[in-house]
Design a protein around this ligand. Structure first.
Ligand SMILES: Cc1cc2nc3c(=O)[nH]c(=O)nc-3n(C[C@H](O)[C@H](O)[C@H](O)COP(=O)(O)OP(=O)(O)OC[C@H]3O[C@@H](n4cnc5c(N)ncnc54)[C@H](O)[C@@H]3O)c2cc1C
Length: 466
């Protein structure tokens, strides 16, 4: 608890609001996307500008208060909040400035991807992001960013040009290829370990209307579809992206009623090629196994980017486990079918995102994001509105993960991990970990920013090793 004097001291330094447990908005403010997370921070500094972030950091340092940084609040492990912490809440910093001449986009640190899609689409442009519009730009970008445009445009970090940051000592820096290039290397995959990003500068691409949507098949076709998909997606034209999934057909339109609540497998496509060209690319699949349900058609990119938003509103129970895969063997496919066909609730799912095409043109040491040699990022997600089903969805996800992990590449995408401990973080960064730890020691030697997938500063790290 912060004393009333301390609260008054910080409040006087902020232009944004300071929300404390005494405030009637406190309980609503402390909620994050995953309803399993129930943390009670000391206060939320709702920062409206860089000066607010500096003030909050200096206050926390002076009074030895732990900080958490919240972008969009979507982290499944709840890493945007922590008990007793001062939360640097970037929610008010939701501006997007598009420069159509240079095809660059300046994005406030608290934006959601739907904010960016809305602003860029008016100019026929897009920044590669994920697949859900309510996800925060901050966390998704700093962890890497996998989505519908990965194969054509690379990860989100491959399109990051610069970041404005406030460091652990409260100072302001720019990280880019020209300025603080070591920091720029580290934030492209290293998460919120190095400072608060108050704004991102992205390269945008001319993407307006895409040919997209799911194809679904009966579960008995799942092995054949997975085998077809594993061959196809590693060499497919980069215009096309598709992620494989096990899912239950949602009980409502636009899905045909006969399939409602039926467990199926599918591929969610997004093609930037024309309808005609996309049809030509997908013709062999349609001939091989005609989908039982097909909803592929032209749509504005922001429509695709928000297709899941209504299906997965904030406030559900989420538990997920993840791994990278270089290959998908027949044995791995058997394990997928065994567990993927047993989805414990209709919202639960498993997605295999392609990590190739343009994402493979960046080397494993060019950014902190190590797994450029993986072909898939798997995420197994137990989801349900009812807290009573918490164990059901978590146990299913863990058992599925345990069955597949022996076939994996070793690490997992940080943005698809819960709080799983240091070994998992190290496995994710492989031989980039030591360099990350050195950058951490330079910019945050006291591990001030530690509510994240934590990279320990190099000195502390060697002490730990000895
Ligand atoms: C429904 C859903 C769909 C998703 N889909 C995708 C997807 O398609 N592709 C994908 O790659 N990921 C996806 N994710 C994962 C997502 O990238 C992570 O959950 C990410 O952490 C969310 O970022 P956030 O800013 O919303 O989270 P928060 O909970 O606010 O923050 C997460 C972490 O990032 C840090 N952070 C956030 N903003 C900043 C900032 N401005 N400066 C410094 N540190 C910051 C926080 O300190 C924290 O450690 C999805 C998640 C959900 C729940």
């Amino acid at each position: 608890m912060l004393s009333s004097d301390r609260i008054a001291e910080l409040r006087a330094q902020l232009r944004g609001e300071l929300i404390t447990p005494q405030d009637e908005r406190y309980d609503a403010t402390r909620k994050v996307y995953n309803a399993m997370i129930d943390r009670k921070p000391a206060a939320f500094a709702q920062c409206v500008d860089v000066a607010d972030v500096m003030a909050a950091i200096r206050f926390a340092r002076t009074h030895n208060v732990m900080v958490a940084i919240r972008g969009g609040g979507h982290n499944a492990g709840g890493l945007g909040v922590a008990d007793d912490a001062l939360v640097i809440d970037l929610a008010p910093m939701r501006y997007v400035h598009v420069d159509p001449a240079s095809r660059t986009v300046r994005v406030g640190g608290g934006c959601r991807w739907a904010d960016v899609d809305h602003a860029t689409h008016a100019f026929g442009l897009a920044v590669p992001s994920g697949i859900v519009g309510t996800t925060g730009v901050g966390g998704l970008t700093l962890g890497g960013g996998l989505g519908h445009l990965t194969r054509k445009c690379g990860l989100t970090i491959d399109n990051l040009l610069a970041a404005d940051m406030v460091l652990a000592d409260g100072s302001f820096v720019v990280a880019s290829a020209e300025q603080n290039s070591d920091l720029f290397w580290a934030i492209r995959g290293g998460g919120g370990n190095f400072g608060v990003v108050t704004s991102f500068l992205f390269r945008a691409h001319p993407v307006h209307t895409v040919c997209a949507g799911p194809m679904l098949w009966e579960l008995e076709d799942a092995a054949d579809i997975m085998k077809w998909y594993r061959e196809f997606i590693v060499t497919a034209p980069e215009e096309i992206n598709g992620f494989f999934m096990f899912m239950t057909v949602p009980p409502g339109p636009p899905f045909p009623e006969a399939f409602h609540l039926k467990k199926m497998c599918g591929i969610a496509w997004c093609s930037t090629a024309s309808m005609e060209e996309t049809g030509r690319i997908l013709a062999p699949l349609r001939a091989y196994r005609p989908p039982a349900v097909e909803m592929v058609g032209p749509m504005p990119l922001p429509v695709l980017q928000s297709l899941f938003d209504g299906l997965y509103p904030p406030g559900l129970q989420w538990y997920w486990k993840a791994d990278f895969f270089k290959e998908l063997t027949d044995e791995a496919i058997e394990a997928h079918i065994q567990h993927g066909s047993q989805l414990p609730t209709w919202m639960s799912t498993m997605h295999l995102y392609a990590v190739n095409g343009a994402a493979h043109r960046v080397g494993p040491h060019e950014t902190a994001w190590s797994y450029r040699d993986a072909n898939w990022s798997e995420v197994i997600v137990g989801i349900d509105p009812d807290p009573a089903n918490r164990d059901l969805i978590s146990n299913w996800a863990r058992a599925y993960f345990d069955a597949l992990h022996p076939f994996g590449a070793g690490g997992a995408y940080v943005n698809f991990m819960m709080d799983e401990g240091e070994d998992r973080v190290r496995a994710t960064y492989r031989d980039n970990y030591q360099r990350l730890a050195a950058v951490k020691a330079k910019y945050d030697p006291d591990n001030f920013f530690r509510v994240n997938q934590n990279i320990r500063p190099a000195a502390a790290d060697s002490a730990h090793a000895s």
